[in-house]
Design a binder for this molecule. Structure first.
Ligand code: ADP
Ligand code: MG
Length: 394
């Protein structure tokens, strides 16, 4: 990441700025605007330097068709509110109409294009579509870390048509913070993993195994590991078809001397929303109950390990934190990490949402805005969006 917007002289030029405004929208209202907020430094910087800023993003999965409920128009209003200035919404992402709108912009103006994925060319990384996206602009800025793991027209193909092509401030901060975890870190280096499934995170676990001192596992993914050890899991969520994968992870951790720490108790109930919540007496989960959160002894055990750590990565909630009955484990572990003076990073959409929900953000060194992109980066994979910028640099 050699070139950023700090290397630009953008006054009077039109910047195509790829942002990640893939925000949750419920009944026409943006319910979490943290991705918009995260992009403000780059937008403000370009605008005050006198650029005409043409923001572009995808939203949801319209699969190449216009779907009005996935229009970015609402997001333009949210962005305008945060910037304290009018944001022009352009109801197309490409084509001759866009050029007309852009011609009416003045230096410092900010506009948002319509959802890039309304056009089939976006996800196909189609060079023709990329050329049309690039047409009204003369410089390219990528600030969409959350989309950097996708080779799409607005993240990869477009870099062929615009020079310079540089990183925005958010992208730069993501790479700077996350790359620290791939280099030489202060030890102990502890990873806290949780969430729904092992299957989506196997690459991450394998790669972390090479680097970390301990992996603390909670959430539903811990049930699959417990079952692989022959421990009863009752009605809890288990990936039956991943037991071999789980065994392989347990063996690999043992072989490498990585401490794989599993829950020693759980909060369990007959159903997520009904029936009495019980604390199990041990790691085993009684028949007819489902574990929905880690128990108090597990919280103590994990918290002590977290206190000793100098570097902490957290991905995946410890339980079904969306339900107040099962939020305690995720909240307590989040608090323990936030209280640490070590270098702490949280990545993953739901985990980052939990950190915000419990107002723990100030205690973290870095909150990644990327879900899949963050996990792939930390698994050591090359991200196409970053690679495309790097190729322009060299
Ligand atoms: P992230 O987005 O942070 O990577 P995941 O998407 O992997 O996290 O997992 C988040 C989901 O896992 C949450 O919706 C949460 O409710 C669910 N989850 C966590 N623990 C359990 C559990 N014990 N049983 C069922 N679902 C769980
Ligand atoms: Mg998730």
């Amino acid at each position: 990441m050699k070139q950023t917007i700090r290397d630009l002289q953008p006054a009077g030029r039109t910047a195509f700025l790829r942002v990640d405004f893939n925000v949750p929208i419920h009944q026409g209202t943006v319910t979490d605007d943290s991705r918009v907020v995260a992009s403000l430094p780059t937008i403000s910087e370009l605008s005050s330097a006198g650029a005409r800023v043409l923001c572009a993003s995808h939203l949801g999965r319209p699969e190449g068709r216009r779907r009005q409920e996935l229009s970015l128009e609402t997001v333009a209003a949210v962005l305008g509110h945060h910037l304290g200035r009018k944001v022009l919404f352009i109801p197309e992402s490409h084509g001759p109409q866009v050029a007309k709108w852009v011609a009416a912009m003045e230096d410092g103006d900010v506009a948002l294009l319509e959802n890039l994925r309304f056009a089939p060319g976006e996800e196909k990384n189609d060079p023709d579509f990329a050329r049309q996206l690039a047409a009204p602009a003369s410089i390219y800025v990528n600030d969409a870390f959350g989309a950097a793991h996708r080779a799409h027209a607005s993240t990869v193909a477009i870099t062929r048509f615009l020079s310079p092509a540089v990183a925005g401030l958010l992208l730069e901060r993501e790479v700077t913070s996350l790359s620290r975890l791939l280099g030489r870190v202060d030890r102990p280096y502890i990873v806290v993993l949780g969430g729904a499934k092992i299957s989506g995170k196997i690459d991450l676990m394998e790669s972390l195994m090479e680097r970390v001192d301990a992996i603390l596992v909670g959430g539903a993914m811990s049930h699959t590991l417990l079952r692989a050890q022959g421990i009863e899991t009752g009605n809890s969520r288990v990936e039956e078809d991943r037991l071999d994968m789980a065994r392989h992870i347990l063996e690999k951790a043992a072989a490498r001397g990585v401490d794989l720490v599993l829950p020693v108790d759980h909060l369990a109930a007959p159903a997520v929303d009904s029936g009495t919540v019980e604390t199990t007496s041990g790691a085993a989960i009684p028949a007819d109950l489902m574990a929905c959160d880690v128990g108090p002894r597990t919280v103590d055990l994990f918290s002590r390990r977290i206190q000793e750590a100098a570097t902490i990565l957290w991905n995946g909630p410890m339980g079904i934190f969306e339900n107040p009955r099962f939020a305690a484990g995720t909240r307590s572990i989040g608090e323990a990490i936030a209280a640490s003076s070590g270098f702490s990073v949280v990545g993953g959409g739901d985990s980052a949402a939990a950190v915000r929900q419990f107002h723990l953000g100030d205690g973290f060194s870095h909150i990644s805005t990327g879900g899949g992109a963050c996990l792939e980066y930390l698994a050591g994979r090359s991200l196409p969006g970053l690679a495309a910028l790097a190729e322009k640099d060299s």
